[in-house]
Design a protein around this ligand. Structure first.
Ligand SMILES: Cc1ncc(COP(=O)(O)O)c(C=O)c1O
Length: 399
């Protein structure tokens, strides 16, 4: 009997992902498995650096580097000039924050589910510069309440609104486009952390209406570690936005006491550049487009929903995910157990998951009354059989 088209695609994605052979990888929200072509692009370029010289290999790869900007832009609906390549989502987010001259009393409006390092950056700005952090209340079903957010845009007149689209610590998908529309109406700059969204959801910066979008390569995009990007709107570029500290990549030194910013988003980059990783990220973006982000998203979300049903029914397990719309991240409290110990035991059996504890998301953990959680995050290349292997292993460990 002929295999269905879906089965053929699944077999192909798995054959193109060498890591699938050895392990059950359900930690795609941590770092996904790179397709072989991504790994080859990275190691191939490192080989060229070793043989040709780093600067010489970089010059020779100018077109491939340009292709990376085009591929990232195409993935998120941006022009290549709007893309800045940086080392991580955190770096991208920090560069965007550094474009604002915050004064004491300025408000950053955000949510309770914003990523830990973003919350720490807001707190640092509060401590150093006297910025006020306002977290909009959540809707009853979870995720930020868009009307409450909108009311705070009017009453607080924030200098910046910032939202983590898909938090690291729960299966929630926040209403990032609706918030973006309200920010535009209010004329408030909008910064989106799309670290878990890129590669997991179709992303369109036009629909988000954001001024900035920050992401990494290694998660659902399936690129390497140590590389990410910031997308900057033309509006922000035209305003003359730039990070507080620019280097010779972002600006030209024109006179002893004068400099001029470059025209495009590269003003948010630094000169030193991990070319091998940059090329790997470009290949990952093209691979994601070939698979089809919407297709991959539907499958990953269906697998996560199945996990919530199967694992949530194991005695002693509580599913923690809340929200009107859920992502490919499934989180579970294992009563009486420290999640990290269970995660390590699963890893010992060849099953990759991750564990988080209160310090990773204090607001979310406290309101759920949990102290640690197991996070299981499938992607489109995982199989239903793999979910069952993980569920049975967990049943044995919790028995
Ligand atoms: C939602 C979210 N934002 C930001 C980050 C930080 O990404 P990076 O480690 O690339 O700085 C993460 C990492 O887990 C994340 O999940």
């Amino acid at each position: 009997m002929a295999k269905s088209n879906d089965a053929v695609l699944l077999a192909r994605w798995r054959a193109e992902t060498p890591g699938c052979a050895a392990r059950v990888h359900l930690n795609n929200a941590g770092a996904s498995l790179m397709p072989g072509v991504v790994k080859d692009a990275i190691t191939g370029f490192l080989g060229r650096e070793a043989l040709e010289g780093g600067y010489e290999a970089a010059d020779a790869a100018a077109q491939e580097v340009a292709d990376t900007y085009a591929a990232i832009g195409a993935l998120v609906g941006a022009a290549p000039r709007q893309v800045a390549v940086v080392t991580s989502a955190t770096h991208a987010f920090a560069q965007a924050l550094a474009a604002f001259d915050f004064a004491p009393g300025d408000v950053i409006l955000t949510s309770s589910d914003d990523y830990i390092s973003n919350q720490l950056m807001y707190l640092s700005l509060a401590r150093r510069l006297g910025v006020r952090i306002v977290r909009a209340p959540d809707a009853p079903e979870g995720g930020v309440d868009v009307d409450a957010f909108s009311a705070l845009l009017a009453s607080e007149r924030p200098r910046l609104a910032a939202l983590t689209w898909i938090p690291t610590n729960s299966g929630l998908i926040q209403p990032a486009e609706e918030v973006g529309r309200r920010c535009r109406e209010a004329g408030v700059p909008y910064l989106v952390d799309a670290c878990q969204a890129v590669g997991q959801l179709p992303v369109d910066v036009g629909a988000l209406q954001c001024d900035y979008l920050a992401s990494t390569a290694r998660k659902f995009l399936r690129g390497p570690r140590g590389i990410g990007f910031l997308v900057v709107s033309d509006r922000a570029l035209a305003r003359g936005d730039a990070p507080l500290l620019v280097d010779m990549r972002g600006a030209r030194w024109t006179e002893p006491d004068a400099y001029a910013l470059v025209d495009d988003a590269r003003r948010f980059e630094q000169w030193e550049f991990p070319y091998a990783l940059v090329l790997g990220m470009g290949v990952a973006a093209r691979y994601a487009a070939e698979v089809g982000v919407a297709r991959g998203s539907a499958r990953a979300h269906a697998l996560a929903a199945r996990l919530r049903e199967r694992i949530g029914a194991i005695p002693g397990v509580r599913t923690l995910d809340r929200g009107a719309r859920l992502s490919a991240i499934a989180t579970f409290e294992l009563r009486g157990r420290v999640a990290r110990e269970v995660m390590l035991a699963l890893r010992g059996q060849g099953i990759n998951t991750s564990a988080q504890s209160r310090g990773d998301a204090v607001i979310d953990f406290d309101r759920k009354g949990a102290t640690s959680q197991l996070r299981i995050s499938p992607h489109y290349f995982n199989t239903e059989d793999e979910l069952e292997v993980a569920a049975r292993a967990l049943e044995r460990l919790l028995a």
